[in-house]
Write a protein that binds this ligand. Structure first.
Ligand SMILES: [Zn+2]
Ligand SMILES: [Zn+2]
Length: 381
């Protein structure tokens, strides 16, 4: 399981930081979270994922720095199918013959349908948009109730004929009243859910949870106990109680190691209050949380719907995350190892240090091209 940071900037892409895009790579499949403007060139630049392997795309919210790259990426993947139109970088994208499933807030279907229809874009694959229906959340002690989505509410419903490649089985996904989360999809190994974050418009955080893995069968111990190799091993592994020819009973739990917990990755982009996702993010292996501005800019940062390192770190501590990765950083923060910075200027190191004041675990401030490998925690007893 890898997480590749393709764009880690806020607001707009620059040569230093692309707009928001994070790829979650698992057993050959790629799921993309956000697709800001320029994501396709970031993919060509870093070559850490093959876009032909993208099977699902999750858009956190409808601000442009999180989705303006989506129609373009889909068109370029499709164009890669036709080598005549294609230079080497594009051909490496390799078109996918499979349907791409796209999840995002209500309005995403309309945006994509109109962008692709009006541009007469032809796609060689099908896509489907599943829309998450937002609710007006209750925030604790909030000072900022007049966010844009209360006062500026365009028509979000997709109109007119679908694009020829758009499948009509896109779902409307509602909040589960029991868990408070939006159940999205479930593969053999990964369950994806979403929760609502406070921002200027409806914004969703995504949580990817891997299924636990059954404990390992201790074959050596079984052989020593006198169990003959063969079908009995399979039965014991499946938890069946077995009686040997000499009458002794084999209790499976004595020969199977502990269940290995699955990994959990939480990706929380634009927000000035992520606490509604506290339960969903509990004990995640990696918490990716936005940290747009340094702590001293908190008042303005929160008024803009964003977080500081203090806010990200306090949330990481509260949910007992194993690691905090900060992303969606303002373009003003440079890495002093790569760029000249003036004496006294806040840098990416400032953001990391400020988070470390409130969180004991490891903190990384993400940069474009960063790939994190997430290992399964091994439980011995
Ligand atoms: Zn943003
Ligand atoms: Zn935003």
């Amino acid at each position: 399981m890898d997480i590749a940071f393709l764009g880690t900037g806020s607001g707009y892409p620059t040569p230093n930081r692309g707009a928001s895009a994070i790829a979650f790579r698992y057993e050959g499949d790629v799921w993309l979270v956000d697709c800001g403007e320029g994501t396709q060139t970031q993919i060509m630049k870093f070559k850490v994922i093959k876009p032909g392997n993208i099977s699902k795309i999750f858009i956190t919210h409808l601000h442009g720095d999180h989705m303006f790259g989506l129609p373009g990426l889909l068109c370029t993947i499709s164009m890669a199918f036709n080598p005549i139109d294609c230079d080497t970088d594009v051909c490496e994208l390799a078109a996918t013959p499979n349907t791409i499933e796209i999840f995002g807030p209500l309005g995403l279907r309309r945006f994509l349908r109109e962008a692709l229809n009006l541009s007469r874009s032809v796609l060689v694959f099908k896509y489907v948009v599943h829309e998450l229906i937002p609710v007006q959340p209750q925030y604790r002690g909030s000072k900022h109730e007049d966010m844009d989505w209360n006062v500026w509410n365009p028509d979000h419903i997709a109109k007119g004929p679908p694009h020829p490649s758009e499948m009509e089985n896109g779902r409307a996904i509602f909040q589960d009243k029991v868990t408070g989360q939006w159940p999205l999809c479930c593969t053999n190994h990964i369950t994806a859910t979403a929760g609502m974050l406070k921002h200027r418009i409806p914004s969703f955080g995504y949580v990817f949870s891997e299924a636990p893995k059954a404990g390992k069968l201790n074959s050596e111990k079984l052989i020593k106990f006198g169990v003959p190799k063969g079908p009995l091993f399979g039965k014991i592994k499946n938890g069946e109680q077995v009686t040997l020819s000499d009458g002794r009973r084999v209790n499976p739990s004595d020969f199977i190691g502990p269940t290995q917990p699955g990994r959990k990755i939480a990706i929380l982009q634009d927000t000035c209050d992520s606490w509604s996702m506290q339960d969903a993010c509990y004990r995640c292996d990696i918490l990716i949380h936005e940290a747009t501005n340094e702590n001293s800019h908190e008042e303005k940062c929160v008024a803009n719907g964003h977080s500081t390192p203090r806010m990200a770190a306090e949330f990481a501590s509260a949910v007992q995350a194993q690691m905090l990765i900060q992303s969606h950083c303002s373009q003003r923060y440079k890495d002093p190892k790569q760029h000249a910075v003036s004496e006294g200027d806040a840098t990416v190191e400032t953001l990391t240090q400020e988070a470390q004041l409130k969180y004991d675990g490891p903190v990384v401030t993400a940069y474009d091209g960063l790939v994190m490998n997430v290992k399964r925690k091994i439980v011995d007893t």
